[in-house]
Design a binder for this molecule. Structure first.
Ligand code: PEP
Length: 264
């Protein structure tokens, strides 16, 4: 049975999609679906350039939070093309995705850099969505646990038990991202349980039980509720299926309806 103190969190990672105007055109119909309070957190992470438009549309909306897809670890200065935590804060951003596998693989972000970003994000009281996950080669080579343990231990270095409960871990097997190939609920649960066991070794069982762990990788309306029914799966990070308001809300509704005592 899933502990009810971990509130489910469904986040949309729009990646490099959605201009400011397209973001407004997404959000207006999307928000109309929220006809009553739902027992979960919903987060939209648009590209930087579309954040001001999203901030405006979401200004009086309590049920949908705003996140960025990345940020600099530096507070300010000569870092051309970078965006600071303070800039995001001014736009009412609450969440920030850090260490996404595309940032690691395409832009060469290391565990150490991601750790610095996590520390900066927690200093300004963001809720970081900290992505970890193995490649297909690493899975086939029997290295899943070794990779996840390394990413967790280095990524969370010097972050203490009080602050770590603000972090949302997103387990995203790289082979399941944008491929249509989802981990089975059992496969995902097994890995989430392993992640929680590493967190328990690092912080103790009580703290590990408080940390939300999302699954990401080809989550769709048809598989979200089953994935989230697993004991250690507390949410979803959604790419492709978050780009259309109806399909993203269907994920949210299916998950909400599967929470005992709820119907959306
Ligand atoms: C992602 O990149 O965070 C993701 C989960 O993408 P998709 O849902 O498209 O697999």
């Amino acid at each position: 049975m899933k502990p009810s103190h971990r509130r489910p969190i469904i986040a949309a990672n729009w990646k490099m999609h959605m201009t400011p105007q397209e973001s407004i055109e997404f959000l207006r119909p999307f928000l109309r679906h929220f006809t009553r309070e739902l027992p979960l957190d919903t987060v939209i992470c648009p590209p930087y350039i579309s954040l001001p438009a999203a901030t405006e549309v979401l200004s009086d909306v309590k049920q949908v939070g705003l996140g960025a897809q990345n940020m600099s670890a530096e507070p300010a200065g000569a870092f051309t093309g970078e965006i600071s935590a303070r800039m995001l804060k001014e736009l009412n951003v609450e969440y920030v995705i850090l260490g996404h596998s595309e940032r690691r693989a395409i832009y060469g972000e290391t565990d150490a850099e991601i750790n610095r970003k996590l520390i900066t994000a927690l200093e300004v009281r963001f809720k970081p969505i900290f992505c970890i996950g193995e490649t297909l080669e690493e899975r086939d080579g029997g290295k899943v646990e070794e990779v996840l343990q390394r990413q967790l231990v280095h990524g969370l270095e010097s972050i203490g038990p009080r602050r770590v409960t603000e972090v949302v871990i997103a387990y995203e097997p790289v082979w399941a991202i944008g491929t249509g190939r989802t981990a089975t609920p059992e496969q995902a649960q097994e890995t989430h349980a392993y992640i929680r066991s590493v967190l328990s070794e690092m912080y103790g069982e009580d703290t590990a039980q408080k940390i939300r762990i999302q699954y990401g990788g080809s989550v769709k309306p048809g598989n979200a509720a089953e994935l989230l029914s697993q004991t250690d799966i507390d949410g979803a990070l959604v790419g492709g299926a978050s780009l259309e308001p109806g399909s993203f809300f269907e994920i949210i509704r299916n998950v909400a309806e599967a929470i005992p005592g709820e119907s959306a």
